[in-house]
Design a protein around this ligand. Sequence first.
Ligand SMILES: *[C@@H]1O[C@H](CO)[C@@H](O)[C@H](O)[C@H]1NC(C)=O
Ligand SMILES: *[C@@H]1O[C@H](CO)[C@@H](O)[C@H](O)[C@H]1NC(C)=O
Ligand SMILES: *[C@@H]1O[C@H](CO)[C@@H](O)[C@H](O)[C@H]1NC(C)=O
Ligand SMILES: *[C@@H]1O[C@H](CO)[C@@H](O)[C@H](O)[C@H]1NC(C)=O
Ligand SMILES: *[C@@H]1O[C@H](CO)[C@@H](O)[C@H](O)[C@H]1NC(C)=O
Ligand SMILES: *[C@@H]1O[C@H](CO)[C@@H](O)[C@H](O)[C@H]1NC(C)=O
Length: 385
Amino acid sequence: MYPYVLLVLFVLLLAEISIKNLATAKEQNSNDIHLEAPHLSDRTESNRPPIKPSTNVPQKKIKQKISNTKNKINPCKGTYVRTNGTTCGLKEIMIGRCYEYQFVKYPSATNQHNIKNCTALYETFESAVRYKSHCNMNMSTYKDYFDLALAGVHVINRAMFWSGTYAVTHAYSGSGLNYITLEDTLAAAMVNGLVWCGNENHTEGFDFNSCPNNCKDNRWADLAFWGLASKTFAQLAAGEIFVILNGSQLHGRSAFRNNSYFSDFELPNFRRHGEYRVTKINALVLHSPDEKVMERCGEKSLRLLEDLITNNGFEYACKDDPEELILIMCGNQWEARECQIARRVLRQAWDTKLYGTSNSNQKSLSLLMIFYFFLIKIVVFNNKV
Ligand SMILES: *[C@@H]1O[C@H](CO)[C@@H](O)[C@H](O)[C@H]1NC(C)=O
Ligand SMILES: *[C@@H]1O[C@H](CO)[C@@H](O)[C@H](O)[C@H]1NC(C)=O
Ligand SMILES: *[C@@H]1O[C@H](CO)[C@@H](O)[C@H](O)[C@H]1NC(C)=O
Ligand SMILES: *[C@@H]1O[C@H](CO)[C@@H](O)[C@H](O)[C@H]1NC(C)=O
Ligand SMILES: *[C@@H]1O[C@H](CO)[C@@H](O)[C@H](O)[C@H]1NC(C)=O
Ligand SMILES: *[C@@H]1O[C@H](CO)[C@@H](O)[C@H](O)[C@H]1NC(C)=O
């Protein structure tokens, strides 16, 4: 049996050499150019204010906690400073974004008939908020703005909602090219990420130093904009709609939860009748790489969601981790355990594409086959002896 053992050792040596060569070749390749892993954002929320549970405490007279110093220096004049108040250049940013939205980003979606007047839109927004006390606002404050900005819009079969999955949802929606989220509508795109609050005592009518964003006695003040935005967007959604939920929520939060924009402002406002009604709600539940699975379709809060939806006469479907979204999650969490194998398999598929079927992996595979062949021979040989 000695010749066989020698042969096996020889084959093993060959295999190891070829694997080593492969490894060094790969290392050299990856050493040539250093690339960072792709990165979307870790955001699970936008910067809209969190919804606080409503309390049954009787409405007290609204107290102003913000300073009422008149004619505070406007920090936006001169050099730019980051403040906790209204974003410097609010007006210019909003008007600029409005033009960009209509003329650059979606010129084809905009025709002569439905071009919105950006100055008029800004003025409608401004008249709702400027020189007004932030904590006196309510869900009708921005009504005219939304009526104007979203007039004539219907989002059919492409409306996408999200809760606790901001970054992944927006990567997937592709700024409205794939699906349309609230933030992809003109009304929301004009202010997304900006901060503003009115102040009746400021010469500018806006407080550029600090915004309260926490009106103790009037929870509707903080929700005045994003609450109405969510409600209005939900009313425009028609046909099949999609909602991306987070099945890996931490801190006892559930995928579908009370005091979320989806449960409080969107779900209750989907149209149930008429030409532009919602027919089907598709829930997509994501489980983040390297995170625990807390809920799957049909479990816990997702069971509640299903009941709520079907009781309202909509069709319901739920899917855990569609591949289209797994790829985005892995793109963002390159190093996660679940994504490593996928990366390797993709690499192999691309090598085959680049170098054809007779690539190095095939070679090492055939070496492995030879090795097994000899192993079997030895076993058989030993048994005979
Ligand atoms: C504006 O000034 C009035 C009178 O000084 C005061 O009562 C009010 O609280 C002030 N408002 C704000 C938002 O500072
Ligand atoms: C903004 O608020 C944060 C937290 O309250 C505070 O630490 C920071 O100093 C404030 N910045 C300005 C410019 O007032
Ligand atoms: C747009 O609205 C502004 C302010 O309301 C108005 O002055 C202007 O004439 C309007 N522009 C057009 C083209 O209608
Ligand atoms: C909202 O505020 C406006 C002006 O402050 C007031 O006229 C209106 O009645 C309020 N609406 C609600 C629903 O409270
Ligand atoms: C789900 O929530 C967890 C906890 O907040 C977060 O780490 C994770 O990134 C979220 N998943 C997605 C897909 O947004
Ligand atoms: C929301 O609150 C209501 C009333 O308290 C409760 O019946 C429901 O189960 C809650 N929903 C979720 C998703 O927790």
